[in-house]
Design a binder for this molecule. Structure first.
Ligand SMILES: [Zn+2]
Length: 848
């Protein structure tokens, strides 16, 4: 049995080396010594069967018994966080470097036995004093150290050479890469990779012409093992570097991985033009390098990018390093903290736990069986929103301190509560657990009844949350009185990793939304024009006449029926909102005040026969019963009939950041990719698509029951565009959410500045999107008292939860205000043009 000791083993290289030696702990004894203690790394070592001793290398008394009969000592202890240039000198720190470096090495030499092999990592920096650039420096070349770090390493090299020990010195190039549990971010390639992941800017001092010798941390650890285990190698110095390149070349590799990275060259002074070391001797002794910079940069980039993407109050992970065979699965969960208590928690379906937070404790919950909705809110962040997400079997949820949390169980569930911290229940309510009423009875029952666990389009369970706009009232339910205490529901989007549809996690029961609906399409001239153009176009393209039948689903007040009527085309509407259907009928536009269900369809067929065209404008996104609508449509259509519908286009939402188009009435957010999935298993097919401007960017989709109908090239073109935009990648949606957060932050700062400067602000418009954006931003009557809207039905009412009143333009003195905040931003230009003479003193602004 060999005895192997690694000093400084919790460090960057040490963890990687320990990982390699974890393979021999059955037959050899491996001990890591470090003066630091990082619990996650120490527990990792223990899992690997490696002993850990927390001692200082300068403490001879404790060091001696640990190393005295060692066969191999990898002496990595030493501080490497040191000044890089002469100007960066720090006397105190440099003294420390010298002390740990030189004295520590002397201790190791003195306290170990004569036959002990000592592997010592030195550095390419011992040549930093060279006056001109030399390439491929070999081991015989005389070192020229300048700064404390290199001076210390050179002294230790000398000490080792003078000693009687069997030493191997490895002069390492700049070490890069991701080590087991750590990533040194002060290393140039690692830092560059991080900047790359943030779409940041790399500054190349002196044009980045400095030459560097580079080597991967994994190859360094492999090389240490190689020279340590190889009995032929003794009393030698090797240069352990792989690639030689300029700083600029490293940056260019980063740019290759992420095109959004910016490289900026500067003319600043650099200490020298660099130099490179030759690895010929090492290679001649049989060592081969296996890792390269490009792979490492890619790996670090990915890992940082994932970190950037963690939005939310809670981290959900699944087990790692799975091992599966006939007997079943072994899955591992790793913790940064020690766990000193495991609670076994059994919960029945529909029960609620939590409604509290822990001031100092991180909570880890591993769900063994069942399913629950986790509701969280960060109490340390004023503008943070309530978030919900589904936790499934095998998932580990980690919730940091001061995040209030509640679990609503959708099934009988068993979880393990894994904690690090005090257990005394006498501390309940003080430092251990404090009450916070996050989920009341009402919200709990809404969640239980309406939370969607499968994709509405393809039924997959791969729904991944990416944007939370918090608890929000129904956008169109304007309230008649102040402080009305509206029902609020989670307004959050999931991405389906299978079919690329985005959809709300909660669908609000339709009777709460549509019975009385205040949105009259005909109040907007833009829409009137849109639909009258469409009616003429369809009449021409599809040869519609007085014998044709068009059925418009969600016909509102007849905005599409009206131009059809004028063109002499037979048309009827279906509109569930009773007040609006009444308005349409009173204008002589035949409208059924019903949901578009089987019963209604049968009634229409019986009375009017089958339809040539069924149209649906923005109802397809509004409804949770998609398959029913699709199949009822098919039933209603003649064999060569057409289904024509318009939906908001998520590509435009992502591109234009129109997140305020997200509200409860819109359940699904479509792209053609996901629509294709949706129609795949039906008896209709999509044959044509058009992009249109309504609702901040929509698509008009043509489907038909005639499956032999020729596909228009527009379909392939749009699918390709979506692929290029990466609409099928979760990452695209995370980036969107990240930008939305930023808009919120910037806009709030802007509004608050205006208010602190004493400016007066009023709103303009009260569209549904205003409810979303105002509630998400946390804006209310303390920011501005009212907003102007021309829709008489809305006037006098309040935007829910904000206490902001809606007024008509005649009700106000328009010369009294400094800023008009246009909430209906999609009509910004129209509104400004129409009103600029009215508001002579005010400046028009938008929220985004
Ligand atoms: Zn899906």
């Amino acid at each position: 049995m060999r005895k192997i000791v690694i000093t400084g083993g919790l460090g960057y290289i040490g963890m990687e080396l320990s990982k390699i030696y974890s393979g021999v702990t059955q037959k050899d004894s491996v001990t890591v010594i470090d003066r630091e203690f990082f619990s996650s790394r120490v527990s990792q070592l223990r899992r690997w069967g490696i002993n850990f001793e927390q001692i200082d290398i300068l403490d001879k008394e404790k060091l001696q018994p640990l190393i005295k009969d060692a066969d191999i000592i990898f002496h990595l202890a030493g501080i490497t966080n040191v000044g890089a240039t002469l100007g960066d000198k720090n006397i105190q720190r440099d003294r420390e470097v010298r002390k740990v470096g030189i004295e520590g090495t002397r201790n190791v030499i003195k306290l170990s036995e004569d036959n002990t092999k000592i592997i010592f990592p030195s550095t390419h920096v011992v040549f930093e004093g060279l006056e001109k650039t030399i390439k491929n420096i070999d081991e015989k070349f005389e070192p020229k150290p300048l700064l404390e770090y290199a001076l210390g390493k050179t002294t230790s090299e000398e000490d080792l050479k003078q000693s009687n020990k069997n030493y191997v010195i490895l002069r390492l190039g700049s070490v890069y890469g991701k080590s087991n549990d750590s990533m040194r971010i002060n290393i140039m390639p690692n830092l560059f990779s991080k900047i790359t992941s943030l779409n940041g800017e790399i500054r190349l001092f002196g044009g980045g012409k400095q030459l560097k010798s580079l080597v991967s941390v994994t190859d360094v650890a492999r090389c240490m093992q190689f020279v340590g285990d190889n009995k032929e190698i003794e009393k030698e110095i090797f240069h352990c570097t792989n690639e030689a390149m300029t700083v600029k070349q490293v940056a260019e590799i980063c740019k290759k991985i992420n095109k959004k990275l910016t490289l900026v060259s500067t003319n600043d002074d650099i200490p020298n033009n660099g130099y490179t070391l030759s690895n010929t001797k090492l290679k001649n002794n049989g060592f081969a390098f296996l890792y390269n910079l490009e792979e490492a940069v890619g790996e670090i980039y990915e890992s940082w990018r994932q970190k950037n993407n963690v939005i939310g109050n809670e981290i959900i992970e699944i087990g790692k390093d799975n091992y599966e065979d006939d007997r079943g699965l072994i899955s591992n969960y790793y913790f940064d903290d020690f766990i000193n208590m495991i609670g076994y928690v059994d919960s029945t379906k529909n029960s609620v736990r939590g409604n509290h937070y822990h001031p100092i404790q991180t909570q880890n919950c591993l769900l063994i069986k069942g399913k629950y909705i986790s509701v969280t809110k960060d109490l340390l962040n004023d503008s943070s929103k309530v978030e919900t997400r589904l936790v499934k079997e095998g998932e580990l949820s980690t919730i940091p301190p001061n995040v209030a949390h509640t679990m609503v169980f959708l099934e009988d569930s068993i979880l393990l509560n894994l904690v690090n911290g005090e257990r005394e229940h006498s501390n309940y309510g003080i430092t251990h657990t404090n009450k916070y009423n996050l989920v009341g009875e009402e919200l709990a029952s809404i969640l239980i009844e309406n939370y969607k666990t499968n994709c509405r389009v393809c039924d997959s369970e791969e729904l991944i949350p990416y944007l939370s706009l918090g608890l929000s009232p129904l956008a169109n339910n304007l309230t008649t009185k102040k402080n009305n205490n509206e029902d609020v529901y989670p307004l959050e989007l999931n991405f389906c990793d299978n079919c690329s549809n985005s959809q709300l996690n909660i669908v609000v029961p339709p009777e709460k939304m549509f019975d009385e609906y205040l949105y009259l399409s005909s109040t907007t001239e833009v829409f009137q024009k849109h639909f009258s153009n469409l009616a003429s176009k369809l009449k021409k393209d599809l040869n519609l006449n007085k014998n044709s039948l068009v059925v418009d689903i969600g016909s509102n007040d007849g905005i599409f029926l009206s131009p059809l009527n004028e063109l002499g085309i037979n048309s009827i509407g279906v509109e569930p909102a009773k007040n609006i259907a009444r308005a349409a009928n009173s204008k002589g536009l035949k409208t059924y005040s019903e949901y578009f269900d089987r019963k209604t369809v049968n009634k229409i067929i019986k009375t009017h026969g089958k339809a040539d065209v069924v149209s649906a404008f923005n109802v397809f996104a509004h409804n949770d019963k998609l398959k029913e609508i699709r199949d009822n449509t098919s039933l209603l259509l003649k064999n060569n009939g057409q289904f024509i519908f318009e939906v908001q286009y998520i590509l435009r939402t992502l591109e234009d950041l129109t997140f305020d188009n997200i509200y409860h009435e819109h359940v699904n957010y479509w792209c053609l990719t996901s629509l294709q999935y949706f129609f795949k298993n039906s008896d209709m097919k999509i044959y044509k698509v058009e992009e249109i401007d309504t609702h901040g960017g929509s698509i008009r989709v043509y489907a038909t029951k005639n499956k032999s109908k020729k596909l228009s090239p527009s379909v392939g073109r749009m699918l390709k565009k979506e692929k290029d935009f990466k609409l099928d990648k979760l990452d695209t949606y995370h980036k969107f959410a990240f930008k939305v957060e930023k808009i919120k932050k910037d806009s709030l700062a802007k509004i608050n500045t205006l208010i602190s400067e004493g400016k007066s602000i009023i709103g303009y418009g009260a569209p549904a999107k205003a409810t979303t954006i105002l509630n998400y931003f946390g804006l209310n009557e303390t920011h501005f008292k009212f907003t102007i809207d021309d829709n008489k039905l809305k006037q006098g009412k309040f935007i829910p939860e904000t206490q902001i009143q809606i007024k008509g333009s005649d009700d106000i003195d328009s010369d009294r205000y400094d800023y008009v905040l246009v909430l209906a931003w999609n009509f910004f230009e129209t509104i400004v043009t129409k009103n600029k003479n009215n508001f002579r003193t005010a400046k028009f602004i938008k929220l985004k």
